[in-house]
Design a protein around this ligand. Sequence first.
Ligand code: PLP
Length: 387
Amino acid sequence: MSGTEFIPVNEPWITEREIEYVLEAVRSTFISSEGKFIREFEERFSSFCGRKYGVAVNNGTNALVLAMRSLELEEGTEVILPTFTIISCALAVIYNGLVPVFVDSEPETYNMDPEKIEEKITERTKAILMVHTYGHPCEVDKILEIAEKYNLYVIEDFAEAIGSEYKGRKCGSFGIISCTSFYANKLITTGEGGMCLTDDEKLAKKMIRLRNLAFIPEKRFLHYELGFNFRMTNVQAGIGLAQLENVSERIEKKIKIARKYSKMLKELEDKGILKLPTEKNYVKNTYWMYGIVMKNGVKSDIIMKKLEERGIQTRPFFYPLHLQPAFRKFHWFREEKLEVAEFLSEFGFYLPSGLTLNDEKIEKICKTFYEVIDEIENKKAIQSKDN
Ligand SMILES: *Cc1c(COP(=O)(O)O)cnc(C)c1O
């Protein structure tokens, strides 16, 4: 079947080490959330990110729910977050009885535009959720400065930026609590999983308690708080530990994949047909996903369909949260247009970006992409002649 081989948008990179640790966990009979891999994974991952404490949970969405809950914000409090991100970010706000307030994106990096935050702050605002998009760190200093000025908490979501750096500091080290996901398409995966990081011992202890039904050590089955079961299993932590052992190689691979794509597709950018990912000079982008934005007026749906027909799987960019039908019944939103995010969602998509890609596959993807673009541009040329 060579030549028609299907290339998925992502494929996790699993080595023998993961298998070894999974077997070890299973053989030990510690297959629940008890067992030595959990603490070890929490310690290694938090120190990799430059944080004191790590609290492993069962997925990234719940990491955000837990972080938000641990701050004990009053019901109805407003939380500022980007509109261009995954719905998990807004759900974590809503599930805690809080109100999401959405901010538009920067056209360059697709991250929350720091210039558009202050206009959204009211006396009910108590927190900002900063999210790094597709591997490119957001404007951390500007966001922290605004948060300080208005006395707001900052929670960081670095699920897409494990290993990325902002001015020499690792993502996952900013704000009061940082949350990540270890879903199968993330740089480090445990299949399903997530973690909250903090330097605050009290918050760490609170999150450890809340993730485990708010049991207390002093008296079993006595509860003072409403907790959750957000526990990660020892088997998952074993996978995560194995993944951490070659994390530098993972990061290098991602960067190498992006460089190769950019080199091969630069011609299309030079011709004004599309925009490739960027990297501001004071950040390290780990290119979680290799995102492209069409500039030739052709919607990403059309390109994606043509690529799929030729065996290349892609994904559209996020659908803006302020337009989500699921949120319409709430009365939070003033009629607003967040133009950049709306544009991105119509014209953006990402190419296969998994760690199992090699030069040969990337070359095949780019060759196919050029064919698709040629077909579209030729059709446009014919149409304009006909008119
Ligand atoms: C993947 C992701 C999440 C959600 O993680 P799950 O483990 O799938 O629940 C949250 N935030 C961002 C930015 C993500 O990319």
